[in-house]
Ligand binder design. Structure first.
Ligand code: E4P
Length: 225
């Protein structure tokens, strides 16, 4: 499983990359707008924290293929590193994916609500497809079922693209998506923490320390007795 952080907030990115096995960062225009400062500075800041090898997924905002391609070329030049251009699965987006594939620019197909959208994007050259799990759940669909269908279609049709499941609101959604075999998830900083949290884990750790200190003394650790 590859974990990505769905934020443009540098403090959250620094903390998560310090603690957890992060593979990259995803942004979208809404996430970027929350930072309310220069777009390129935000991206350069993220790149300097995560390094050039970790994935950074950045969305193009144009809705015409030629314009999406220009945005992708610009971002690839200015930001560089292991960069993925997020392109929505509208018809012009699919056209852009074919062009970007030929130019060797990596694409993550985004705003995916159905498995058929994911399949067409993958066939058009997208390396990742991003189904919006919680947004699907919110329209009385099943985000997990859509991810499951995508996994099944990719196997049936021998498609190389990977699933980058997105739009999560709770840990159970992440858990069910992980059980489908989806290769990656992008989650916000709070869910990243919650994937680990358990009161009994905290209780067990406290109990171990208490028992240890009754014999070896307060503040003593295994290499300091
Ligand atoms: C990925 O970056 C998606 O755009 C994002 O996960 C959507 O999440 P939301 O539905 O919580 O806005």
């Amino acid at each position: 499983m590859m974990y990505l952080l769905d934020t443009a907030n540098l403090e959250q990115i620094k903390r998560a990359f310090d603690l957890y096995p992060m593979s990259g960062v995803t942004t979208n225009p809404t996430i970027i707008s929350k930072e309310n400062r220069n777009f390129i500075e935000i991206l350069k800041g993220i790149r300097s924290v995560i390094g050039k090898d970790k994935m950074l997924h950045v969305q193009a905002v144009s809705t015409k293929a030629e314009e999406i391609v220009k945005e992708a070329e610009y971002l690839n030049e200015v930001i560089g590193g292991n960069l993925y251009i997020k392109v929505p699965v509208i018809a012009e987006g699919i056209k852009a994916m074919k062009i970007l594939k030929n130019k060797g620019i990596k694409v993550t197909a985004t705003a995916i609500f159905t498995a058929e959208q994911a399949l067409m994007a993958a066939v058009s050259g997208a390396e990742f497809v991003a189904p919006y799990v919680n947004r699907i759940d919110n329209i009385t669909g099943s985000g997990v079922n859509v991810v499951d269908e995508i996994m099944e279609l990719f196997e049936l049709h021998n498609v190389d693209a990977k699933v980058l499941a997105a739009s999560f609101k709770n840990v159970q959604q992440v858990h069910e998506v992980a059980l489908t075999g989806a290769q990656s998830v992008t989650v916000n900083a709070q869910i990243m923490d919650k994937l680990l949290e358990h009161p009994l884990t905290d209780w067990s750790v406290e109990q171990f320390i208490k028992d240890w200190e009754t014999v070896y003394g307060k503040g003593k650790v295994t290499n300091n007795l």
